[in-house]
Design a binder for this molecule. Sequence first.
Ligand code: FE2
Ligand code: FE2
Length: 358
Amino acid sequence: MVDSLKKPGFEELRPGIKVPAKDTLLTPRFYTTDFDAMARMDISVNEDELKAILEEFRADYNRHHFVRDTEFEQSWDHIDGETRRLFVEFLERSCTAEFSGFLLYKELSRRLKDKSPVLAECFSLMSRDEARHAGFLNKAMADFNLSLDLGFLTKSKNYTYFEPKFIFYATYLSEKIGYWRYITIFRHLEAHPEDRIYPIFRWFENWCQDENRHGDFFDAVMKSQPQMLNDWKARLWCRFFLLSVFATMYLNDIQRCDFYASIGLDAREYDKYVIEKTNETAGRVFPVMLDVENPEFYERLEICVKNNEKLTAIASSNTPKFFQFFQKLPYYVSNGWQMLRLYLMKPINAAAIEGSVR
Ligand SMILES: [Fe+2]
Ligand SMILES: [Fe+2]
């Protein structure tokens, strides 16, 4: 009785298989693209760098890394209540994001196989990595008596279409932000082993090197397509993608600050550090960076955090749905306004500071 009270109830598809979290603006997405256009891309101006990256992928440094050790073999029932719910949610979100990479890269490798062999093999080897990452996370979920049916997820999720250049902006950023997220958690727990309440974090150091290499691959692909980086449209789109990725992460993580607290991290400090580092990294390939040091940046995001708290409170109230819409409207409008103002903030010209911060 007490036990069942302490364990948060998750909806199950069948025993032990979790119903995937509902899609919202802030949940990880699955992507599809124009495969023919990608196959037609001429990568010759940067082919040497891409071949060097392919050699790194072939070396498969993490071949023996994703093996669970005996530390996992114990009961995790002492992680209970809200911490357990947040933990499972963290594992599910991470697993879904990794699996989303696997599906996209796998499909790209299949579609490019005969037409663009270097890219096809890179995608194939990256999908190998993402499958390991997703699988490792799914096994971790099983330690909490739940797992995801990845076949069901493949069929049931909506796929977002992005043209190739948007795929590159988005995946480049998600790989690099993934690198900074994993390494920051790893380094924190290395310094504070008492906060490492579950073993998976010990794997993050080598794991994040996979993400770093994946990010370098997309960096090299974009450099082979200078038209994706050097005109006014590229500057506007890079701003858009930087802002969406940073804002999504910030709003998600602040909502789940108790999860970060459970491993001894302050969600705000953690996110600000990850955003600063990813922004700096992105400046090596994108023509612009965001001015994240301007206090306005986080002031506006904090208004969105407050708006989202209000929206959640309204959604869980007893007010009929029809009236809820009118209660919610001003907060949606405010969120839209904040995002617009954030987008219009003066960016930093990445080329202009070449060699100074980087
Ligand atoms: Fe990954
Ligand atoms: Fe990756």
